[in-house]
Structure formats: structure tokens, C-alpha cells
Write a new protein. Sequence first.
Length: 317
Amino acid sequence: MEFFKIRRDIPFMRNAFVFNLISFVTFVAAVFFLFSRGLHLSVEFTGGTLMEVSYSQPANLDNIRSTVAGLGINDVQVQNFGTAQDVLIRMPVQKGSTSGQQSDKVLTALKASDASATLRRTEFVGPQVGDELAADGLKALAFVVVGIMIYLAIRFEWKFAVAAIIANLHDVIIILGFFAFFQWEFSLPVLAAVLAVLGYSVNESVVIFDRIRENFRRFRKMNTEEIIDNAITSTISRTIITHGSTQLMVLSMLVFGGATLHYFALALTIGILFGIYSSVFVAAAIAMWLGIQREDLVKGGVKKDVDPNDPNAGATV
């Protein structure tokens, strides 16, 4: 399915150096902010108080957030838990007060706003649990990266594997850089979004790599730069359909999902946009600079050269 057909290849690789220079500067800036400002970690990572409160009617989450914030407690996470009447509240422990004192103060304020508020349970999440979550998150990220490299090396060639993983890590670091610069809260849902972006971005790279391999088999008169330009140009319509529909869904979560899904959707939005950019201008360019050629991808004979404008030419994805 195609919205449109571009008859003339766009010379993406002609300006690959400029685009990758921009990417490098953006990447360095993201790393700088990560080290200078650091991530604003949520309660899951730093430790804090967890409260489960029940109401007789569906709870107004915005009112609960404003009530707790009015007590001088920042970085509060409020979400429904099971039913619309049950609410889960996560908040960092305030200096000079214990977890029990903090939960009593919050419950008193909530009862003043709605007398039906009932405390179901309260727990203290220690920083040790947060350290374990951070370590598990890093392990998950490492496993994803290694798995992607092995998959691409087996399916295509090691040069594509290196190019794709550099491009994907480029996306991840830039997302983290945004969160460090603006000091947005980094929580478990955001970590899940980062891992999702890794898989989502590599999918776009695989589509382009598959078309490059197919073009090497079909177009013997084209050089590597022309092969890559044709592969990217011929998949633009597919990219617009796939990423456009996905972005619409993510934007709906960002606009209508409320505070609970806000940073999750924001991380996905940044990741999708940079994922498209990196797959086209970073991954493909690095593969070209690593010296990818027809002999690396085509085993055995090469098909007869065909018209690059043939709508039936190219990879099947």
C-alpha cells in the first residue's frame, strides 16, 4: 500500500555527513546533560511512600494531586488502582518526617476534601528496591541491545548490525538527554517507553536494510550510494503510513492520557521522531561508511538488472 510514488530517487546520502554532524552534536549535548544534571528519578527508583486510598465514588485524580501538592510534597504519582474508586499514591519521603507521619498527614488532607477517603494500606519503598529496579532496567537495556545486534548480524551482515545499534543507542541517549535537560520525571513507564523505542527504531532500520539488500540483487549498475538512496526513497510511503498512524495514537495518549501517561507518551513521541531520522540518516550512512557492498549481502548469482521505477521492484516487507 502506497499513498504516493516518488519516481526520482532523493539523494539522501549526498548530505549524510551534515546530518550526522547534527546528530553527533545533539548526542554530545544529551550526554553532557545526563552527566551534569542527571535524571530526575521517580519514587520507584529513589524510594518513598506508597498509599492505597479508597473512595465511595469515582475518585477525582486531579483534585487528589492538587491536595497532596498543597502539602508541599512534589513529584507525586496518582493513578487508579483496580477500580475508579481505588487510588494509588506514590510520593517521596519528606525530610524531617517518617513515612507513617507523611501518610497520616496526606490522609487527613484527603479526608478534608472528601470524607469518604479510606486508607487501605501504606508501604515504604526503600532505596534498595530502587537500586534493584535501576540495575534490572540496565540489564534489560543491555539484553535488548545484544539481541538486536545478534539478530541483524545473522539476518544481514555485521556492518548493518553495528550501524543499527549505533543509531538505536543514539535515539535512547537523546531521549534520556531530553529528560535530563528538562528534569522530567523518569519512571518505570518511561523506561518501558525507552525499551519500546529500541524495538520500534530497529524495525524501521530492518525495512531499509532489507530494501538495500534487495536492490543490490536487482540493480547491478548502481553504486552503493545510489542503492541506499533508492532504498530509502522507495520506502518513504510505507514510513509515512506506519509512523504517522503510530504517532497519532501516541499523541492521543499525550493529550488525553492524563498525568499518568504523560511522560510515557512524551518519551515515545521523541523516540519515534528521532527513530525515523536515525534510520534514514544515521544507520544507512554508517553502513555506507563501513563499506557495505554487494558481495557482503548477495550470495550466489545476481538477478538481471531491472528498471528502478518498476513498482514491483524492491524488497517485500
